[in-house]
Ligand binder design. Structure first.
Ligand code: IPM
Ligand code: MG
Length: 376
């Protein structure tokens, strides 16, 4: 029976992955590097427009470091849907090799073929990169000062429904099955990153989000492991909620301002962070870190907006999400002052300009120039 074989393969691969995780590097000391290489990946749709906007801003901001050879912004070609389909690879081998020569990555949105797109059923390039580079924590901050909201989401990024999302099986014409996986090491390292963050930021409250009453094995394990890690942080207040009521609580004022750090399995983290970003002002306003031990990838949390391109509105794309991610990148590699300058200029641009995504508002170029001229 084909499906039994398929399941056997899945289990074998997951056992191997769990072994690999045990020996993976835990962190990178950027200060010890002579030169930090930032790979710039444009992506699809509005990706090249917004990513190059961010690159241009970073070239200005980091001109001295680039001139001194301490920082390189390196374009990585070929992570486009056309090239991926031509090679029939989710991330073509030469692109992956180029990516692995970098230390950190700034990535524009990439297109993922879905049912009805009339394209080969390639896996999401994002998901593939997260898995290949073992980027286990997806960190997504949301802040709304006027409502006293300061949330940081730690979304598990390599497991859950996503680990096996492309390896589901059609048992027969009637039945299709997907699989979800949780590992001890995968959960523990995420929880530790979240608690360390909470501790470093004044012992913020930590909330664990699952649906452990229904997904008893995978979410059950996730929940109990997070509480296990919590024992090492007795000064931190910890609680847990199911994902459905979490979705409700995020819009319940003023209780929502009492939450700080969230730990979530992959799929719930995907959904809840879109909601949170919308509360902040839209998915275009949030940045995202995909953090691993050896690599880290920074990206916008929105998609490639193919409609903007087909309707000829690409030049009005709002680059603020990827520029925010650029600031996070700089902070991550040790350039905190420059990151703060970029955040400030970006806030000013968001106040001063009107990014409507069409000719009624400002263009991407207006935005780029405004940010560059307000860097101080
Ligand atoms: C995100 C996106 C991705 C995800 C897609 C593009 C695969 O929605 O980063 O949240 O589902 O993780
Ligand atoms: Mg998402």
């Amino acid at each position: 029976m084909e499906y039994v074989k398929a399941f056997e393969t899945i289990v074998k691969e997951q056992l191997e992955r769990a072994e690999r995780m045990k020996t993976a590097p835990q962190s990178t000391d950027y200060k010890a590097l002579d030169k930090i290489i930032v790979g710039i990946i444009d992506g699809d749709g509005i990706g090249p427009i917004i990513t190059q906007s961010c690159k241009k801003i970073m070239e200005h901001l980091m001109a001295d470091e680039i001139a001194a050879g301490k920082l390189e912004l390196r374009d990585i070609e070929g992570l486009t849907i056309e090239n991926r389909i031509e090679k029939m690879e989710t991330v073509p081998a030469d692109v992956l090799a180029a990516v692995k020569d970098c230390h950190v990555l700034l990535k524009g949105p990439t297109m993922t073929p879905g049912k009805g797109d009339n394209m080969p059923n390639l896996e999401s390039a994002n998901v593939k990169l997260r898995k290949e580079l073992d980027l286990f924590a997806n960190v997504r901050p949301v802040s709304i000062p006027e409502k006293n909201i300061n949330w940081t989401f730690f979304r598990e990024n390599t497991e859950g429904e996503y680990a096996l999302g492309s390896q589901g099986v059609d048992i027969n014409d009637d039945i299709s099955m997907d699989f979800k996986v949780t590992t001890t090491i995968g959960t523990t390292r995420l929880a530790r990153a979240a608690f360390e963050f909470a501790k470093a930021n004044g012992n913020q409250r930590v909330t664990i989000v699952t649906k452990a009453n229904i997904m008893k094995k995978t979410d059950g394990k996730f929940l109990s492991l997070c509480y296990e890690v919590a024992k090492d942080y007795p000064e931190i207040q910890v609680d847990d909620y199911y994902v459905d009521i979490t979705a409700a609580n995020l819009i319940k004022e003023p209780a929502n301002s009492k939450f700080n750090v969230f730990i979530l399995p992959n799929l719930y983290g995907d959904i809840i962070t879109d909601e949170a970003a919308q509360i902040q002002g839209g998915v275009g306003t949030a940045g995202s870190i995909n953090q691993g031990g050896r690599y880290a990838m920074f990206e916008a949390i929105h998609g490639s907006a193919p409609r903007m391109i087909s309707e000829g509105r690409g030049q009005y794309a709002n680059p603020s999400s990827i520029v925010r991610a650029g600031a996070m990148l700089l902070r991550h590699i040790g350039y905190g002052d420059q990151a703060a300058a970029l955040d400030n200029a970006l806030d000013e641009a968001l106040d001063a300009l009107s990014m409507t995504s069409n000719s009624t508002g400002n263009s991407t170029d207006d935005f780029t120039e405004f940010v560059i001229s307000h860097l101080k």
